[in-house]
Design a protein around this ligand. Structure first.
Ligand code: HEM
Length: 170
C-alpha cells in the first residue's frame, strides 16, 4: 500500500466505524432499552434516562464531529477529484449531506437541554424512528455512491474535461 493511501484509509475506517456506533446505539435505544425501561416506576425511569443520556451525549457530539471531519475529507480530498464531471455523483453526495445535517440536528436535540426542542424529546420514540429511517437512507445512498458510481480513471477525467472545454468554446 502506498503512503498516500494511508490517510484516506484511516478516514474511511473512522467514518464507517463511527456510523456503526451511532446508528447501532440508536437502534438499541429505541428497540431494546426504551421498551425495557417502560416497566420501571416513574422516578426510576427518569433517573435512568438522565444517566443514559448523560453518557450517550458524549458519543453523539464526538460522533457528529468525526463523521463531519472524515466525510468532508473523504469527499473534498479523495472522491471529488476522482469523480470530476460526474454530476449525479455530486448531486447524491449533496442530498446525503443535507439528510445528514437533519439527522445531526435531531440527534443533538434528543441529547440536548434546549427548551425550544423539548417537543422532540417528549416524542423521543418517534424522533428515534425518524432518525433510524434517515440513517438507513443515508447508508443506502453511501453504498450506491461506492458501488453504483464508478470513479473515472484520470485518463477519462482528462478526456471529459477536454470535451467539456471544447463544448463551451463551440
Ligand atoms: C456531512 C456528513 C457526511 C459526509 C460529507 C459524508 C461523505 C461520505 C463520502 C464522500 C463517502 C464515500 C462515498 C464513495 O465511496 O464514493 C462516504 C461513505 C460512507 N458514509 Fe458518509 N458522509 C457523511 C455522513 C454520514 C452519515 C451520517 C452516515 C451514517 C448514518 C454515513 C455513512 C457512510 C457509510 C456507511 C459509507 C461507506 C459506504 C460504502 O463504502 O459502501 N455518512 N461518506
Amino acid at each position: 500500500m502506498e503512503n498516500e493511501q494511508l490517510l484516506p484509509l484511516i478516514s474511511r475506517v473512522v467514518h464507517v466505524a463511527t456510523a456503526i456506533v451511532l446508528v447501532g446505539g440508536s437502534v438499541f435505544m429505541r428497540f431494546a432499552l426504551m421498551p425495557a425501561a417502560e416497566e420501571l416506576g416513574q422516578a426510576e425511569h427518569d433517573g435512568l434516562r438522565e444517566r443514559v443520556l448523560g453518557r450517550w451525549r458524549r458519543f453523539v457530539h464526538g460522533g457528529i464531529a468525526l463523521l463531519l471531519l472524515s466525510g468532508l475529507y473523504n469527499y473534498l480530498a479523495v472522491m471529488r477529484p476522482a469523480h470530476q464531471g460526474d454530476g449525479p455523483y455530486h448531486m447524491l453526495v449533496g442530498i446525503k449531506m443535507l439528510l445528514a445535517l437533519v439527522l445531526f440536528f435531531l440527534a443533538s436535540a434528543l441529547v440536548g437541554r434546549s427548551q425550544a426542542l423539548k417537543g422532540l424529546r417528549d416524542k423521543a420514540r418517534r424522533t428515534l424512528v425518524v432518525m433510524i429511517a434517515l440513517a438507513a437512507l443515508i447508508v443506502a445512498i453511501s453504498g450506491y455512491l461506492k458501488i453504483g458510481s464508478v470513479p473515472r480513471t484520470s485518463g477519462e477525467a482528462e478526456t471529459a474535461m477536454v470535451i467539456g472545454f471544447w463544448d463551451r468554446v463551440a
